[in-house]
Structures are given as structure tokens and as C-alpha cells.
Design a protein around this ligand. Sequence first.
Ligand code: UD1
Ligand code: UDP
Length: 378
Amino acid sequence: MKVATVVGTRPQFVKAAVVSRALRERHREILIHTGQHYDINMSGVFFAGLDIPAPDYCLNAGSGAPGRQLAGMLGGLESVFDREKPDIVLVYGDSRSTLAAALAASKAGVPLAHVEAGLRSHRQSMPEEFNRIVTDHLSSILFCPSETAVRNLEQEGFTGIINRGRLVSIEEVPDRPACPQVVNVGDVMVDVLLEYAGKERCPVLPAGKQFWQRGKYLLATVHRAENTDNKERLAAILESFAEAGEKVVFPVHPRTAKKIVEFGLTGYLRHHRIDAIEPVGYLEMLCLIKNARMVLTDSGGVQKEAFILKVPCITLREETEWVETVERGCNVLVGCAPELIRRALATAPACDWSGNPYGRGDASRLIARVLEGFICRG
Ligand code: UD1
Ligand code: UDP
């Protein structure tokens, strides 16, 4: 089967690192990079550091107004699909690149497979919520990372649920499943973590910065539009870092860096307790998460990585798609409220780390195997 995989953002490169490898054992894969993320430390560093195959096509969508960026991606994808005639298009997550590929596949009549299907924040104003709902409803195969994700789809009327939504094993994958099909394969990010566990690399520090001792610093990331695009929210978050009373290591996403400058908040980047650094590669990020006392983040991926690496997490959002981490007491939702952040930092979490609701780390192999039996047409 010829699979056209579309990626464009940092977390999608991380996921493709393991899924592309598994796909290529059973299928022919064409890898398309939309160019949504393009800085070396947002894109190139992942392809090099995680041995991701070089993209067959780069669409160079770049940044820009959302509509214009989407239109650019759609045009590029249309040409590639027309030329390559894939049997299926595979997308990850909920970014604008995901939406573009879902729309382009539908227009081209090519069936769509969605990895990380069924996640919901139930916040309609979140751009990612729109992208994931549209993508799910255009998909023929929905690869869910958890039982919660399957239940969300069930509530939206999806049928064709394999194994009643429970995690499947290779032996349980049906040869000719119904279509559309919903299958809980677990989260591919568990596969990535297992693959790279033990290979993490602590980052080279900028001159003048000392290495952060294990358990003696907080790791922070912020990039969600709801936090970066609102001056008061962003200032409240940065103020809470400054007030935390311990070192905060802060790899700054380019979106956030731009907004910090625009809002006149650069003083925080020079604060003696905040070590603001450029975004780091995945192996460096694993080192930073693993050794942190706690993680403060609004990232979906980082919430899960903290959970799997058994580092308590404080989520700078009012809701999360990864509800299992909160239910187990390993993650606390604080939004941008300074008092809640203070309290969360001072409270030793009573976390139940047992088991893993996100699968066994064989999601990529399962995805490749399910696609083998795929017979639907768009
Ligand atoms: C995107 C996704 C978000 C995901 C995040 C992962 C959408 C709508 N959002 O958010 O779901 O969690 O990626 O990191 O797709 N920029 C650069 N260099 C780059 C990339 C971006 O300078 O390599 C700057 C540009 O000014 C750009 C801004 O960051 O306008 C935002 O980038 P964009 O790709 O639109 O969204 P993200 O915030 O990265
Ligand atoms: N990440 C990274 N370097 C960084 C910040 C994040 O390698 O400086 C990794 C992180 O470990 C995770 C992924 O990027 O694997 C998450 O991406 P991001 O937070 O940008 O997006 P989200 O998961 O929120 O969509």
C-alpha cells in the first residue's frame, strides 16, 4: 500500500520518527513536510536527531495568516496527491497541517487515517479542537491513543469500534474491518519514549549558565495560543515562573518569543531565576523533563512525557485532552492563576503512577498492521 504521510509541526516530526519506520516495514511511504515549522530547532533538529527519513516533498508553507497558510498547504498537497496517487493519507494530531491534509485528501477522494483521533478539550474556541473534529469526521481509520478518545468518538456517533475500544493487540487486528473504523492502538508517543529511553542527551548550555541539578529545577514550556496571544495571561505565567523560588528552565517556542517581545515582557527572560533557552531537540528535551522536579507546560506532548517519565506536571490550561494524567493525580490544571500555580508547586502530588493508560509502546506496529487490512475507499 502507498501511504502519504503529512507532517508539519514539531510534535508530528516526533511521532513520525517511530511510525514512519514501522510503516516502511510493510508499506511504501511518501513523506510530505508542509513547512509549517521551519526553523532548524523546530524542524531540522528532529529529522537529524531521530533519523526521520528525509521528506519526499517540502511545501514551504511557512508562517502567515491562518487562511493564507492553509490555502498554500492545500494547493501543494493537491498537486502531490494528484502526482503520487496514494492509497491512503496519514495525518497526526490537530495542527493546521493536519486539517489541510484532511481536506486535500477528501477533495482528492483518498481515504484518510488519523493518528491521535478522538481527543477533545471540549473548548470550541481552541483552534486545535476544530482541526481535530473536522479531521476525525473526514477519516476512514481513526487511531485512538486511549479509551477516553474512543468514548469521545462513540458519543459523536462513530460505530465500527474494534475490540469495544479496548487497546488491541496484533492478534486482535481484524483482517477486513468495517469502515470507518475506530481502533485503540495506544499512543505513539509511548513508542517514541521507549525507543529513545536511555539515549537522552543533556543540552549544551549557553555561556554563563550552570547545569541544572537533578530535581533542583522546574522545566517550563508555553506555546498555546490562549496563553501566548493574551498579554495578561502571558505576563501572569511569566510572573509565576519568576516567583517560583527555584530555577525555571524555559525552552522558548518561537511563537512565545515573538509575543514576549511584542508585549514588552523581555525582562522576564533576563530574570535571575529563569533560564530562557532556544527550543531543544527531542533527546535534550527528554533529559530536561526526566531531571526536573516538576514540569509546567501547556503542551499536550510534554504533559504525557512527564507522566510516563514519572515527573509531576502542572498544566497551564483550564482543561486537557489527557484526562488520565489528571485523574491519577499526576497532573494538575491551573490555567494561569498565580495562586493555583503557587499551591501546585508547594504540594507534593499523590500520584498513582501504576499502569499506563496510553498503551504498550507498540502503537506504530499496530498502525502499520491495521493499514494492511484496509479496504475502504474514500
Ligand atoms: C502549532 C499548532 C499547535 C501545536 C504546535 C506545536 C496550529 C494551529 N497549531 O502551533 O497545535 O501544539 O504547533 O509546537 O497548527 N514560528 C517560527 N518558526 C517556526 C515555526 C513558527 O518563527 O519554525 C513562529 C511564527 O511567527 C508563527 C508562530 O511561530 O507565526 C506560530 O506558529 P504556528 O505554526 O502557526 O503555530 P504554533 O504556535 O507553532
Ligand atoms: N519538544 C522538544 N523541544 C522543545 C519543546 C518540546 O523536543 O524545546 C518536544 C516535546 O518533548 C514533545 C513535543 O516536542 O515530544 C511536543 O511539542 P509541542 O509542545 O510543541 O506541541 P504539542 O504536543 O503541544 O502539540
